[in-house]
Ligand binder design. Sequence first.
Ligand SMILES: C[S@@+](CC[C@H](N)C(=O)[O-])C[C@H]1O[C@@H](n2cnc3c(N)ncnc32)[C@H](O)[C@@H]1O
Length: 296
Amino acid sequence: MTQGDAGAVAAPSAAEYPQDKKSGIEDARTREVRSSLSEREIHEWWEADYLNSDLNRFYDQVFDRIIQTLAPMPGETLLDAGCGYGFHAVRLARRGVQVTGVDFSEVALRRSAATIEQAGLSGRIRVQRGDLLDLPFVNETFDYVHCWGVLMHVPQVDAALTELIRVLKPGGKLVLMENNASSLHVQMKSLARLVKRRLGRPGKQRALTPWGCEEWELKGTHRFLVRASNIDSLVRFCADRRLQLTDRFAGQFTELYATLPGRFLKRVTYKLNELWFKSVRRPALALGNILVFQKK
Ligand SMILES: C[S@@+](CC[C@H](N)C(=O)[O-])C[C@H]1O[C@@H](n2cnc3c(N)ncnc32)[C@H](O)[C@@H]1O
């Protein structure tokens, strides 16, 4: 199902991106995302909007909850898949696990090395280059696999999930943080989009796929995928591979702060997110959903 309105940012068409027969697992959309994310620009934008120091309090509360759920034993190992600038790898290592971070972006890896050194955690975290579609680890390597805000940018989400599951030990836990297509945030965005179209202002193209609602964002000259996930599809895919959902909780309620002007309004939404996380808690309406699976 594709909502094919003419948009400022065109979604790649099937003709533009024929399936790559040679590699079998890699298609051209994947190559485009990899190329865009090799640039500093998008990572800097993510840091400014989604990882700035005003958000530390919220993330610290969320990672306390994640670690409480995982209850790791000393020395247990965790893969942070798509570690980016390494801020969450540091949060996880500080809470007791031995972390291996992978990312396919050299820009991200260089910066994560600096983050880790500054935090004095070089003995607890190592990072290396790796692609979620072909992880450089043998089967059943890690006690935990953590993947925060990464699958939403991966066109071949099924291939990436298969890899995350492959490197997890039996009995191990997989933690995913993905945006929820049924959240109020996404529903309000859809409504705003409808109103804009009525007013003759077409927005981005988007496609409704079995994995969720997919849009292509443009930063400078670089295009990359952002998906609000169909959470049921993720849960079903994992269940079919003998991974049982053991916990699902709300992360942030909204990411409206990223588009609001001025620090005051942004801070109001940070507070709302904290309130939702601590008091309301319902994941079904929240944008950020944290899913914890256990592998049989
Ligand atoms: C939105 S950032 C999230 C970074 C980090 N998990 C965090 O929450 O701070 C997404 C990261 O995933 C990485 N990434 C995306 N697709 C990937 C893939 N197929 N293999 C490895 N890394 C990938 C990007 O380079 C980027 O650093």
